[in-house]
Design a protein around this ligand. Structure first.
Ligand code: SAH
Length: 257
């Protein structure tokens, strides 16, 4: 009986893989990967390994989650090292929970190898500190699109010093902007969209909640960092924010000085 490694592939740049991930990729007998994983990272897999793309693209599921779960279990019977390779960190929006449960239930040994999650890759790309003490006190990692079974966003967690990392924003930025406003975020709150963070096709767009709806869509994968830290002019604007009468929705967003 082999062992299954749930491995984080990081946001794109293969040099951001952990040493452990690199070693496992070169030794695995079989690798199941998502479509998010970059070509450069896939290039590190041993030549004689079996490589299976279990990714989902534009809503087309190649395999169901249940099918992936049972593939992992049966692969462990035939290979010493089985790698389940996921973009970013395997435990952030990666459905790893279900895979872990299936492996546990089947009595298959497993180990989790963390990776750099996209929000951290995006922050590095944009050169902003997600917890800059002049403007932020917490990071909320969230998404609007988690399918029918997913919980909706908890707006109670968002304050004026929250940095919101919004994964899977989808193609409709106007809809995202609408929901951010509905959640009580002010129009002039900065937002940075990072597409293909740390990858060769990286793009960064500096915008705001008000302007977001008019921005041209950036290629997937992309995420948004919304909050006072999401600006290249943090020092100037951190003083300017939250002036004037907050609307009823914006009462949570009072100045923290
Ligand atoms: N487990 C992954 C997230 C999977 S959900 C992680 O920890 O990063 C997929 C979403 O992650 C994408 O829709 C996008 O919002 C974000 N994402 C993944 N890689 C990205 C990248 N290189 N640049 C920007 N966003 C990325």
């Amino acid at each position: 009986m082999g062992k299954v490694y749930l491995v984080g592939a990081g946001p794109g740049d293969p040099e951001l893989l952990t040493v452990k991930a690199t070693r496992l990729l070169s030794r695995a007998g079989i690798v199941f990967h998502d479509s998010l994983v970059s070509r450069e990272v896939l290039g590190l897999i041993a030549r004689d390994a079996e490589v299976i793309d279990v990714g989902k693209r534009s809503g087309h599921k190649l395999l169901t989650q249940e099918e992936i779960n049972s593939l992992l279990v049966s692969a462990a019977a035939n290979h010493e090292i089985v790698v389940r390779l996921k973009g970013g960190d395997p435990l952030v929006f990666g459905r790893a929970g279900e895979e872990i449960e299936a492996l546990r239930n089947a009595g298959v040994e497993f180990e989790i190898v963390p990776g750099i999650t996209a929000a951290l890759g995006a922050a590095a790309a944009a050169g902003i500190s997600l917890t800059d003490r002049r403007a932020a006190s917490q990071i909320v990692i969230s998404t609007f699109s988690r399918g029918t079974e997913g919980a909706s966003m908890d707006w109670g967690a968002i304050t004026s010093t929250t940095t919101l990392a919004l994964y899977m924003p989808g193609p409709d930025y106007a809809e995202v902007a609408h929901r951010l406003r509905e959640g009580g975020l002010p129009d002039d709150l900065p937002c940075v969209i990072v597409s293909n963070a740390t990858g060769v096709e990286q793009q960064i767009r500096w915008t705001s909640v008000a302007r977001l709806g008019h921005e041209e869509r950036l290629p997937a994968p992309a995420l948004m960092i919304v909050g006072r830290v999401a600006s290249q002019k943090l020092q100037e604007i951190s003083k300017e924010f939250w002036r004037g009468e907050p609307s009823e929705r914006q009462t949570r967003h009072t100045v923290v000085s």
